[in-house]
Design a protein around this ligand. Structure first.
Ligand SMILES: [Zn+2]
Length: 436
């Protein structure tokens, strides 16, 4: 194990090495101090020795004295084997900042997970267990994250997260990753599958929910105004969640908080970026009041203000666009009505011309000679709106077969009716004509 009690405080073995000495000498000095009884087990309080071998530098019980911490440590070591080398550095920094607050907050207790849960045979262990006012939180640091691959890790983390929750602990994850990139224009972010599980719901997220609902209760409008394109057929409800990323600096670490509304819950995991994400230093992020701060108050207020201003500015543009689209649609509908009316009027005028011409011909013929079939046809086209098939029917059935060849008589009949079918009824009753 890498921790021991030294002068009633828990120390990390690497921190006890005198860095002004060559490593070998520093280790030797540490070993001597251990042999004099400087370091004891946090669990059974027996004295520990210093061992340095293939597995690195660690504390060990004397042969035959191993306690339950040994087992817990084995589980934890196995679990953290996949982590990057700086994982332990991040863990120690977070532990130190939290631990320092124990002095001013008697309700707070902070312990490394494998020590806090030694003897309880847990199959997963958080890096740190923080207990405050009776609420336990499992704090875990995650390094070596490859967003694209690592389906196995996704499964393992889901299991681990559920395990802690089952044990009655709140969970808090700090993810050591590259900067999360959001598309400023469309506010879309893409999450790694596990991030949906590892996100938190903090009081600040609830404040964001309140702000968003205040701006618009309609998610559809909210997304539309913010130019966010949802890939899902069903829009999510307003439920802001947060993710905490960890960034290693040269001497310290910084945290950043990203807030989002999970949208597409199958790959690719798209979300609506509620904030742009901002950084804060470790003491701000981990300062404890009612809860761990995990936010920077001024930054948070600034982001609220920024979002509200952006929404209102875009809302003006959005409304103008909606109005423009509506006006355009109305203008198009009006134009179509006018075009239809004009076409109809042209059609009526054309009919009128044909009708006049046919009537004049008929009058002219009427006085001198009998009406021609052609003259009748033109008149019927106008008067009964006779179609080409009807014209063929008239020609073959009634003129040809029935012998109705007096076209002046047929025009007389046609003038008594207003449809071709009514005209046919009269034709069927009409006896064969003997002459034109
Ligand atoms: Zn022990």
């Amino acid at each position: 194990m890498h921790h021991a009690v030294y002068q009633s405080a828990i120390i990390y073995i690497e921190d006890r090495l005198d860095t002004s000495l060559p490593r070998k000498q520093a280790v030797e000095r540490l070993r001597k101090a251990a042999n004099k009884g400087a370091y004891s087990c946090p669990e059974c309080h027996r004295l520990l020795r210093v061992r340095d071998g293939e597995r690195g530098l660690f504390f060990a019980h004397n042969p035959g004295e191993a306690c339950e911490l040994q087992e817990s440590n084995a589980t934890y070591s196995h679990q953290t084997k996949r982590e990057a080398q700086h994982h332990s550095v991040l863990r120690e920094m977070i532990h130190e900042v939290l631990k320092n607050q124990e002095k001013i907050r008697p309700s707070l207790s902070v312990e490394f997970g494998y020590i806090a849960k030694a003897g309880q045979k847990w199959s997963h262990l958080p890096d740190i267990v923080m207990s405050h006012k009776g609420v336990e939180t499992a704090i875990s640091v995650l390094t070596n994250v490859d967003r694209m691959k690592d389906q196995k890790l996704v499964k393992k983390l889901r299991e681990r997260n559920a395990y802690f929750k089952n044990k009655g602990l709140d969970t808090l994850w700090f993810i050591d990753v590259q900067e999360q990139v959001i598309d400023e224009k469309t506010r879309a972010i893409y999450l790694w599958e596990s991030e949906l599980d590892l996100s938190s719901k903090t009081p600040q997220d609830e404040a964001w929910d309140k702000l968003l609902l205040d701006l618009s209760e309609d998610t559809n409008q909210l997304f539309s105004v913010m130019s966010y394109l949802s890939p899902s057929p069903f829009l999510p409800s307003i439920d802001t969640r947060s993710l905490f990323y960890i960034h290693s600096m040269s001497e310290s670490i910084e945290f950043s908080v990203h807030r989002f509304i999970a949208d597409q819950k199958i790959a690719p995991f798209q979300a609506f970026a509620v904030n742009e994400g901002y950084r804060m230093n470790i003491s701000t992020a981990l300062s404890l009041q009612e809860n761990l701060a995990l936010h920077h108050e001024e930054q948070e207020a600034k982001e609220h203000e920024h979002f509200r201003a952006l929404y209102e500015k875009r809302l003006q543009m959005w409304k103008a666009e909606q109005e423009f689209l509506q006006a355009a649609a109305q203008a198009a509908a009006e134009a179509e009505t006018i075009a239809r009316a004009e076409a109809h009027a042209r059609y009526e005028a054309e009919l009128q011309v044909i009708y006049e011409k046919a009537r004049n011909e008929q009058i002219a013929y009427g006085t001198s000679k009998p009406m021609s079939y052609n003259g009748l046809k033109e008149l019927l086209k106008v008067h009964l709106k006779m179609t080409q098939p009807e014209q063929m029917l008239l020609w073959t059935t009634y003129v040809g077969r029935q012998g109705l060849i007096n076209f002046d008589r047929l025009w007389e009949l046609a003038q008594q009716v207003t449809s071709f079918s009514a005209f046919e009824e009269l034709l069927r009753k009409e006896p064969r004509h003997t002459k034109r």
